[in-house]
Write a protein that binds this ligand. Structure first.
Ligand code: DMJ
Length: 671
C-alpha cells in the first residue's frame, strides 16, 4: 500500500479544491465542529460517567445492583436496582445535611473553625480522616451487620449447656496461651507448641483462627490479647512455603471475620503498598498501627510473583490490595489462571502437591477462595481478587464433566485438563461445592451462576454418589473413574448442613427432598459416632464387607477434633428445631470432655473404637475456630449470627452477606 494513501486527505498534494479561500473556510468549520464535539464530550464525561464503585459492582456479581452501601457517597446499590426515587431522596438529604453543616460552621467562632481545619489537616496527614485512608484506597465505613452479640438462651438447660461450651473454649484458650503462645497449635499432652507444615514458617494459626470465636463468646479480654498479638507479631513477610488454601481459610478468613465482628481498625484500615498484581493476590498485611509496614503477605495464588513493598505507614493484618501497586509479573503465571496449591511467600514461586495426580491443583483448594476474595475486592476496592476467582469458574465451565456433571478433584493448571477422574464430596472436593452455594447466598442471591453450578453439581452427586445401605443409612460414596468406593469421610459430613442450607432455593420444588436428604445424611453421620466406643466419629467409615458406618482400616479410625458433624447438627437445628440435634451435639460435648480433655487442653485420639483413648497430642486450630463455635451456636438463639446476614466460610469464620438493597444495609446499622 503506498504511503500517500495512508495520509489524511488534507495532506494529499493533488487534492482538488474550489479555491484556497473556500478551502480554509471549510477547514475552519470542521475544526469548530470537532472542538464543540470535544467540549460536549468533556461535559458528558463529568456528569454522566458511572462511578468506580458501580464498575466494581459489575465485576462482583455481573449486575449493577450490587450494594456498596458501606462506602460513602451515593449508594450504587440503589442506582443499580433502578430505584431512582430512593437515590433522589438520598441526594436531597445529603444536600440538606450539607446546608445544615455549613450553617453550623458559619455560626462557629473563627478560632474554633481554625482548630477544626487544623484537626482535619492532621488527620489527612495521618491518613485516617473519616471516610478516607489517605492513600487512594476506597472509602469504607464500617457498618456492623446484625446478630454479632447473642442473647442468653431463655431456657435454663440450654443456657447451662452453652455456658459449659464457653468454659471448654476458655480451657482450650488458656492452655494454648500458657504452653504454646505464638505457635500455630498446642500439644496438650506434652504441653508445648506445635507447628504443622501447612503454614510453613507462619505463626499464630490458633490465635487468628480463634479471634472470632472469642468475640462471639464475649471473651473480650482474650480477644484483646489476641488482637495485640496480631498487631505486634503476625508476620507474613517470610521466605516460607505455605498452603494457599489453609492460609486463605484460616488466616484471611479469620482476619476478615474479626474485622466484621469487631469493627476494629487494626483489622481493616491502613495505608500500604501491597503487591496486588493482577494474578498475584496480595492477601494480607499486618503491622502495628502507626509503625510502618513490617509485615505483608502477598500470595501469588494465581501463580504470579509478589513484589517487595516499602514501609508506608500504618498497615493492617487484613488481606488487602492497593490499586496503585497492581503489578503484572508473569514469571510464574499458570496458563489457565488456576492457582497453585503451595506458594513461597517471598519469591512468589508456586507449585502443586507432589502427590497430586499429574501435577494437578486440587478442586477443594482452588475452589475455596471465592468468599474471601469477594470480600477482599469489596474492602480494598480492587476488583482483581474477584476477577481471579470468577475466572476459575470460567475455566471449569469450559470443561466437559464426566457422568453428566461431576467435578474431578484434580485439574492440571497448565493444560487446563482434568487429572484422575476421582470425585469426592469429602477430602479434595468438599468445600468447592460449599463455596458455590455460599457465593450465591453471600451475594444476597444475585450470583445466579453460583446458584446454577451448585444445584447442577448436587444433582450429579445425587445420581452418581449418594446411596442407601441395606440397613437404611444414606451415605455419600466416592467415585473413581465410574466405580464407587462405598466409603464416607468425616469431612463429607459437612454436606448435611450444606444441603439443608441450600434446600430453600432448590429448583423444581425440591426443597422438601433436599431437607430429607440433609436429615438422612446427618443421621448417618451421627451413627458413625454412636457405633464407636468413644462416641466420637472416625476419619472415614465404610458401607461394605458387611459393615455400615464403621471404619474398618486402622488408618481411618482416628478423630482429630473435627467439626463437620457438629456443624451439620447446628444447621439442622436452625432449620428444624428438632431437639435431637441438640441432644446429639450434647453427646459430642460429653465425649469430648471424657476422652479428649487432658490436663493441658484438648487432644485428638488415634482410635475411636479402643476402650481407652490414645491421644495424638494436637489441639487443632479448627477446634477453636469451628468445633467449639458451632457447638456454642447450636445452643444459642437463632438471631445470633442469623443466616439472613451471615455466611460461614469453610473454617466457620462468619462473613456478612453483601446486601444488594441499600435499605437493608441501613437496617444493619440498628443492632
Ligand atoms: C477445616 O480446616 C475446614 O473445615 C476445611 O474445609 C476442611 N476441614 C477442616 C476441619 O476438619
Amino acid at each position: 500500500m503506498p504511503v500517500t494513501t495512508l495520509l489524511p486527505f488534507t495532506a494529499t498534494p493533488n487534492r482538488k479544491s474550489a479555491s484556497p479561500t473556500s478551502f480554509r473556510l471549510t477547514e475552519k468549520f470542521i475544526l469548530l465542529l470537532v472542538f464543540s464535539a470535544f467540549i460536549t464530550l468533556c461535559f458528558g464525561a463529568i456528569f454522566f460517567l458511572p462511578d468506580s464503585s458501580k464498575l466494581l459492582s459489575g465485576v462482583f456479581f455481573r449486575s449493577a445492583s450490587v450494594e456498596t452501601a458501606t462506602r460513602t457517597g451515593i449508594d450504587s446499590g440503589s442506582i443499580g436496582t433502578g430505584n431512582a426515587d430512593k437515590m433522589l431522596a438520598k441526594i436531597r438529604k445529603d444536600h440538606e445535611d450539607a446546608l445544615i453543616e455549613a450553617k453550623d460552621t458559619l455560626q462557629k467562632h473563627p478560632e474554633d473553625i481554625k482548630k477544626d481545619i487544623k484537626n482535619d489537616k492532621d488527620q489527612v496527614a495521618q491518613g485516617v480522616v473519616k471516610g478516607g485512608k489517605g492513600d487512594g484506597l476506597p472509602i469504607i465505613e464500617y457498618v456492623r451487620p446484625p446478630g454479632v452479640i447473642g442473647r442468653e438462651p431463655s431456657d435454663p438447660d440450654t443456657k447451662e449447656k452453652r455456658a459449659k461450651i464457653k468454659e471448654m473454649m476458655q480451657f482450650s484458650w488458656d492452655n494454648y496461651k500458657r504452653y504454646a503462645w505464638g505457635f500455630n497449635e498446642l500439644r496438650p499432652v506434652s504441653k508445648q507448641g506445635h507447628s504443622s507444615n501447612l503454614f510453613g514458617g507462619l505463626k499464630g494459626a490458633t490465635i487468628v483462627d480463634a479471634l472470632d470465636t472469642l468475640y462471639i463468646m464475649e471473651m473480650y479480654e482474650e480477644f484483646e490479647a489476641a488482637t495485640e498479638w496480631v498487631v505486634k507479631n503476625l508476620d507474613f513477610n517470610m521466605n516460607t512455603e505455605i498452603s494457599v488454601f489453609e492460609v486463605n481459610i484460616r488466616f484471611v478468613g479469620g482476619l476478615l471475620s474479626a474485622y466484621y465482628l469487631s469493627g476494629k481498625e487494626v483489622f481493616s484500615q491502613g495505608q500500604h503498598n501491597l503487591p496486588a498484581g493482577v494474578g498475584s493476590a496480595a492477601l494480607a498485611c499486618g503491622v502495628a498501627e502507626g509503625k510502618g509496614c513490617q509485615r505483608q503477605l502477598s500470595v501469588s495464588v494465581f501463580g504470579m510473583s509478589p513484589q517487595q513493598t516499602e514501609d508506608s505507614g500504618s498497615c493492617l493484618p487484613l488481606p488487602s490490595a492497593h490499586p496503585r501497586s497492581v503489578t503484572h509479573t508473569h514469571t510464574h503465571k499458570t496458563p489457565t489462571g488456576i492457582p497453585w496449591a503451595l506458594l513461597n511467600m517471598k519469591s512468589g514461586i508456586g507449585r502443586n502437591w507432589p502427590w497430586a495426580s499429574g501435577g494437578s491443583s486440587i478442586l477443594a483448594e482452588y475452589g475455596t477462595l471465592h468468599l474471601e476474595f469477594m470480600h477482599l475486592s469489596k474492602l480494598s476496592g480492587n476488583p482483581a481478587f474477584a476477577e481471579k476467582v470468577m475466572n476459575i469458574r470460567k475455566v471449569l465451565n469450559r470443561l466437559d464433566k464426566p457422568s453428566g456433571g461431576l467435578y474431578p478433584n484434580y485439574l492440571n493448571p497448565n493444560s487446563g485438563q482434568w487429572g484422575q477422574h476421582h470425585v469426592s464430596v469429602g477430602g479434595l472436593g468438599d468445600s468447592f461445592y460449599e463455596y458455590l452455594l455460599k457465593a450465591w447466598i453471600m451475594s444476597d442471591k444475585s450470583d445466579e451462576e453460583g446458584k446454577k453450578l451448585y444445584y447442577d453439581a448436587l444433582q450429579a452427586i445425587e445420581k452418581n454418589l449418594i446411596r442407601k445401605s441395606s440397613g437404611g443409612l444414606t451415605y455419600i460414596a466416592e467415585w473413581k473413574g465410574g466405580l464407587l468406593e462405598h466409603k464416607m469421610g468425616h469431612l463429607t459430613c459437612f454436606a448435611g448442613g450444606m444441603i439443608a442450607l441450600g434446600a430453600d432455593g432448590a429448583p423444581d420444588q425440591q426443597t422438601g427432598h433436599h431437607m430429607e436428604l440433609a436429615a438422612e445424611i446427618t443421621r448417618t453421620c451421627h451413627e458413625s459416632y454412636a457405633r464407636t466406643n468413644l462416641k466420637l466419629g472416625p476419619e472415614a467409615f465404610r458401607f461394605d464387607g458387611g459393615v455400615e458406618a464403621i471404619a474398618t482400616r486402622q488408618n481411618e479410625k482416628y478423630f482429630i477434633l473435627r467439626p463437620e458433624v457438629i456443624e451439620t447438627y447446628m444447621y439442622m437445628w436452625r432449620f428444624t428445631h428438632d431437639p435431637k440435634y441438640r441432644q446429639w451435639g450434647w453427646e459430642a460435648v460429653q465425649a469430648l470432655e471424657q476422652h479428649c480433655r487432658v490436663e493441658g487442653g484438648y487432644s485428638g485420639v488415634r482410635d475411636v473404637y479402643a476402650s481407652n483413648p490414645n491421644h495424638d497430642d494436637v489441639q487443632q486450630s479448627f477446634y477453636l475456630a469451628e468445633t467449639l463455635k458451632y457447638l456454642y451456636l447450636l445452643f444459642s438463639e437463632d438471631d445470633h449470627l442469623p443466616f439472613e446476614h451471615w455466611v460461614f466460610n469453610t473454617e466457620a469464620h462468619p462473613l456478612p452477606i453483601i446486601k444488594k438493597d441499600f435499605s437493608s444495609n441501613q437496617a444493619n446499622e440498628v443492632e
